[in-house]
Every structure is written in structure tokens, then in C-alpha cells.
Write a protein that binds this ligand. Structure first.
Ligand SMILES: *Cc1c(COP(=O)(O)O)cnc(C)c1O
Length: 493
């Protein structure tokens, strides 16, 4: 199987695609034959969570060997429950809790796996130089990537987060990270600035003479990396298998999924699962006030020329949703020239219009809704009072979208809402929403939330207050490339 760039300019085997992260022409790696090679999705549904991950990853990344062992190493003992992502009934719907891993956000499912994939791919390709993982984060990817990559031999990880643009707990998780191979740095800008900076660093450093001499290669922990995206298909299978076991559906029945969306990775994984045969019904894209995707599905125009809002769901404060590029590739039947033209127009002029006949195809599979912080807070409060279920502000955006979707739909498939973070990562917003008072620092707020609700605080978050701050750098948007270069030359042995 060969991965190609969405923009047509390059190709790579799966192992190489994982190591490169992004294609040399700026496009994202995709398997053009996704869904055409047979995948035994029915057998996959009979496996336990690790078995599901193993089958999926063998299929998606066939040239990485020893997958059973890699999967066990990635997940054994690291998650609160053996099924990785428990499915919880809440009212008429189901909530799939993706935040039961080491950093209390859904990114753990993929980022526990990625270092294993990178290490195996390096060994297989005989790469001996250092693999430098560049990561832009809207809050959660950073910590999950640090957790996965710290002290992994042969790797070095950089994380850039928007200064003042993540929650206090998210920041504390990152700046207290230990490990000899980690660099964590705040950037005076928003997530899109960080992500653009990382993409530019790839281009600038790829041809850097000194790094080439030292055999340094670059990779990414963002969902632009197929190795980050592939493990995310698993939870759609895990959810479907759970509904089967419960007798809520019979094999083949459709299930609708509502996904709180930022970079479009999570929801795209659902669409890919559907291509592999899983009976996914509708995929509902839920956005906060940064409603660029809601508008795109409504109008066919992707337009980032708009105000950027810092919201209570910071991990979704994104105006350039990178993985949408992969969806455009697939829905256009692999029209790389069209994708390239759209992406170039987006970077040059800030918008593009996607052809109406292709939008019609997209609307057959996707719905999109958005809500404000006030509506999200109201939803957290109502869910807590009505169902006794405490959700975080990102999940609340999806719960709200699920309600809007249910009102307008004709079908009656079960609705699964993906819950992407623990409420304890955002204690101030959650306290405010359920009528508590958010006084004191983030730790006092966690305590207040726990005593008000009785919901236990995840161990990894409770332990944060004991940890020393180890990373204090703050840089400008334009300084990312020189910063990376300096750090890399300091680290030279
Ligand atoms: C990353 C993240 C999202 C958005 O996921 P994408 O794959 O970027 O669309 C939503 N919620 C939380 C809590 C996240 O960390």
C-alpha cells in the first residue's frame, strides 16, 4: 500500500508517512485505496479494545511489523478501564468517554500509540539520526504527546502552545513536564499561528544542511500525521461493539456520532471507519463560536477571514482545520489539483469555495452545528441537574449539537456523543456552569468541583500541584524556526 500526498506531489509507504508526518509538498498523506481493500470489520467488532486497535492498525499501516506487541506496549495499564473508552448511557443518548487515559483528554488514545509506531518505523527503515517531533497544540495534544514521547530513545519533542490560550490546568500539565528530550514553549499567538509555524518549520528545516548532516529527521504529533489519525478509528469500533453487546442495535444498524471538532481529526477518523465498513450513520460536526466548519457545510465556502474567539472550549479554538483537506481529497475522488488549488487559495486569500456538487455529497454524510459559551454552560448545567452527568465544555458543545440534530432528523439511530476531555481540565468553566463559585487557583477550583459533585478528580490532574514548573519560554510567532534551530544545536552531543 502506498500513501500519497493530498496535493499530488509525493508518495511514501506507511512507515515513511508516519515518520515524515507531512508530505514535502505541504499536503497530508492519504491512502487513495482506503475502503477498497477488504477489511473484516465484522470480525473486528468481536475483539476487545486492544484487538480492535491491532486489527485496524495492521490494515492501515501494513508495513509496520509486530503490531500486536506495539499495541500492548502502548495501552497496557495506562488507561483507567480495559475497554480504553467506556460507553455511558446519558438520557436517551450515549457518551463515549475518551478521556480515561494518562492526561485526561481524548488525544491519549492516539498519542499513547504514536511513539510506538515512530520507534518501530525508525528501526524498520534503519534510521539512526534523531527523530524530532514538532507539535502545535490547542491544549491537549501537547501534554498527551509529551506523555508519550518523553525519554523515548532516539526522539526529541517540541511543543508549542498559544500563550494565554489554554486552560490553567492544561498549561500546568505541559510546563511541569519532565524528561531529557522535551522542549515546551508558549507562543504569542493563537493555535493557528502555532500550527502554521510548525508547518513552516517543516519546510524550512527539511533542507537545513547541518540537520541533514546529523541525520536529524522531522515528524509531527498533530493529527496531520497519519500515525496519529489511524489509532483514532478505534473508538468508533469500540462504541459500536459496546452497543451491540448491550443489545441496543443489531449488526448492520446505523449509529450516529456527534463529534466536538477543531482540527477535524477526530471526526475524520469516524468517516474513515465508515469507509472500512463500520455502519456509521451521520457524523455531526460540533463547533464552538469559531464556527468556520458550520459555515463551510452550510455554504460551501471555507472562510478563515473572521474574528477569532477564545472560548471555554480552547482545544476547539481553530480556524484552519487541517484534516478537512483529507476529506476534500476523498470526496473529490482523489482530485489532487482541486485540493491543491483550494489550499493555496486558503493560504493566499484566506478562503476557498468547494464545488457545489461535492458539497451535496458531503451533506449526505455530515451535519454541522455550533454554539456559544453561554449555550455550552447552560448545557453543562442542564445535563448535571437533569441526568447527574458532569461534562467538560468541549463535550457540552457536542451535547448541544446532538440536541439540535435530534430535533431536525427523521431517523432514529442511537446517538453517540464523543466526550473529549475530563471536566477537571476546565474546572472554572464547569463550576460556573453548575452554579458553583470559581474562586482561588485552579487547584482550589478542582477541589470545589469535587466536593460539589462527588465526581472523582483524575489522579494525573490531582498530582499536578506538587510539580515544579520546568518550562518558562515565551516567544513571538516569527521566532519559532530560530528557536527550534537553537535548541537543536544546544542539544547536540
Ligand atoms: C483536540 C480536541 C478536540 C478537537 O479534536 P480534533 O481532532 O482537532 O477535531 C476537541 N476536544 C478536545 C478536548 C480536544 O483536546
Amino acid at each position: 500500500m502506498v500513501y500519497i500526498s493530498t496535493r499530488g506531489g509525493s508518495s511514501a509507504g506507511a512507515a515513511e508517512a508516519v515518520l515524515r508526518g507531512i508530505a514535502a509538498d505541504g499536503g497530508l498523506f492519504v491512502d487513495p485505496s482506503l475502503g477498497q481493500e477488504r477489511f473484516d470489520w465484522q470480525r473486528c467488532l468481536t475483539q476487545d479494545a486492544l484487538g480492535i486497535q491491532t486489527m485496524l492498525l495492521k490494515h492501515l499501516l501494513p508495513d509496520i511489523g509486530g503490531m500486536d506487541k506495539l499495541v500492548r506496549r502502548a495501552y497496557d495499564g495506562k488507561f483507567e478501564t480495559a475497554d480504553l473508552t467506556p460507553l455511558v448511557r446519558v438520557g436517551d443518548d450515549y457518551v463515549l468517554e475518551l478521556f480515561r487515559g494518562p492526561t485526561a483528554a481524548f488525544k491519549d488514545v492516539a498519542l499513547s500509540m504514536l511513539p510506538q509506531l515512530v520507534t518501530a518505523a525508525r528501526a524498520q527503515r534503519g534510521e539512526e539520526g534523531e527523530c524530532v517531533v514538532l507539535t502545535a497544540t490547542s491544549g491537549d495534544t501537547g501534554k498527551a504527546a509529551l506523555e508519550g514521547f518523553h525519554d523515548v530513545a532516539g526522539t526529541r519533542i517540541f511543543v508549542f502552545f498559544p500563550h494565554g490560550g489554554v486552560s490553567a490546568i492544561q498549561r500546568a500539565q505541559m510546563v511541569t513536564q519532565e524528561g531529557k528530550n522535551v522542549t515546551v514553549c508558549a507562543v504569542r499567538g493563537n493555535f493557528d499561528d502555532c500550527q502554521t509555524g510548525v508547518k513552516q518549520a517543516f519546510a524550512a528545516l527539511a533542507g537545513d544542511g547541518e540537520l541533514c548532516r546529523r541525520g536529524v529527521s522531522l515528524s509531527s504529533a498533530n493529527s496531520i500525521n497519519i500515525g496519529r489519525l489511524a489509532p483514532q478509528l478505534g473508538y468508533y469500533f469500540i462504541a459500536y461493539a459496546g452497543l451491540l453487546r448491550e443489545g441496543r442495535i443489531t449488526l448492520g444498524d446505523p449509529v450516529d456520532f456527534v463529534v466536538p471538532t477543531g482540527n477535524f481529526g477526530d471526526i475524520l477518523a469516524g468517516w474513515m471507519a465508515k469507509r472500512l465498513g463500520l455502519p456509521v450513520g451521520r457524523l455531526v460536526c460540533a463547533s464552538n463560536a469559531n464556527r468556520v466548519l458550520t459555515d463551510f457545510f452550510a455554504t460551501g465556502v471555507y472562510d478563515r477571514r473572521r474574528d477569532f474567539y477564545r472560548t471555554d472550549s480552547p482545544s476547539m479554538d481553530i480556524l484552519v482545520s487541517s484534516n478537512l483537506e483529507r476529506l476534500l481529497f476523498y470526496v473529490s475522488g482523489g482530485d489532487c489539483a482541486l485540493v491543491r488549488a483550494c489550499m493555496e487559495q486558503l493560504s493566499r486569500e484566506g478562503f476557498y469555495r468547494f464545488p457545489e456538487e461535492l458539497m451535496a455529497k458531503l451533506r449526505e454524510e455530515f451535519s454541522a452545528f455550533c454554539c456559544t459559551d453561554a449555550e455550552g454552560a447552560e448545557t453543562i448545567g442542564a445535563l448535571w441537574r437533569g441526568e447527574g452527568y458532569l461534562c467538560d465544555p468541549h463535550t457540552a458543545v457536542a451535547v448541544r449539537a446532538a440536541q439540535a440534530y435530534r430535533r431536525g432528523r427523521t431517523g432514529s439511530a442511537p446517538i453517540v456523543i464523543l466526550s473529549t476531555a475530563s471536566p477537571y481540565k476546565f474546572p472554572a468553566a464547569v463550576l460556573g456552569a453548575i452554579g458553583g463559585s470559581a474562586e482561588g487557583d485552579e487547584y482550589a477550583q478542582m477541589d470545589a468541583l469535587a466536593s460539589l459533585t462527588g465526581v472523582p478528580v483524575p489522579h494525573s490532574l490531582a498530582a499536578l500541584r506538587e510539580k515544579a514548573v520546568l518550562h518558562r519560554d515565551v516567544i513571538g510567532i516569527g521566532d519559532m524556526i530560530p528557536y527550534i534551530k537553537t535548541k537543536l544545536s544546544e542539544g547536540k552531543t
